[in-house]
Design a binder for this molecule. Structure first.
Ligand SMILES: [Zn+2]
Ligand SMILES: [Zn+2]
Ligand SMILES: [Zn+2]
Length: 143
């Protein structure tokens, strides 16, 4: 997500009545720039949070607020690991079974075709789908 898209996203959330304090805005920015879901600790380490001197309690409070509003999705991994990512668009997860990394992907064209097929052949109207892919990430499949 580039700066422009990020600004658009933040003003869209504000229009929806979401009160965006500087802490909440910073957390959204960090997650929007990240290529993968992040833990609270990783968010704390990010350059933006450090630059804006946002403290740990604010980051944690912002995360739980944004999760409660559905802006963020919390992934609970095995052990105590918790990862956050933006949940504003329909997406799927690629879960690496070796290193437990989770990537987010946005593609559903084929699935939408499948849903049309389901409607035609069974009369069932699909309203949504939930799908996760399990396997090996790029790094793990090269080793
Ligand atoms: Zn997700
Ligand atoms: Zn992996
Ligand atoms: Zn989908």
């Amino acid at each position: 997500m580039n700066k422009n898209e990020l600004n658009k996203l933040i003003s869209l959330l504000a229009q929806q009545g979401l009160l965006l304090t500087s802490g909440r805005k910073a957390v959204i920015s960090v997650l929007a720039q990240a290529k993968k879901p992040l833990s609270a600790a990783e968010i704390m380490e990010s350059a933006l949070i450090k630059k804006e001197k946002i403290n740990r309690a604010t980051v944690y409070r912002s995360l739980s607020f944004l999760e409660s509003k559905g802006v963020l999705e919390l992934l609970r991994l095995s052990g105590d690991e918790r990862l956050y990512h933006l949940n504003l668009e329909h997406h799927h997860h690629l879960v690496c079974t070796l290193c437990h990394k989770i990537e987010v992907i946005h593609f559903c064209n084929q699935l939408n075709t499948q849903e049309d097929e389901i409607k035609k052949s069974t009369g069932f109207t699909v309203k949504k789908h939930v799908l996760e892919f399990y396997g090996l990430c790029r790094e793990c499949s090269q080793n």
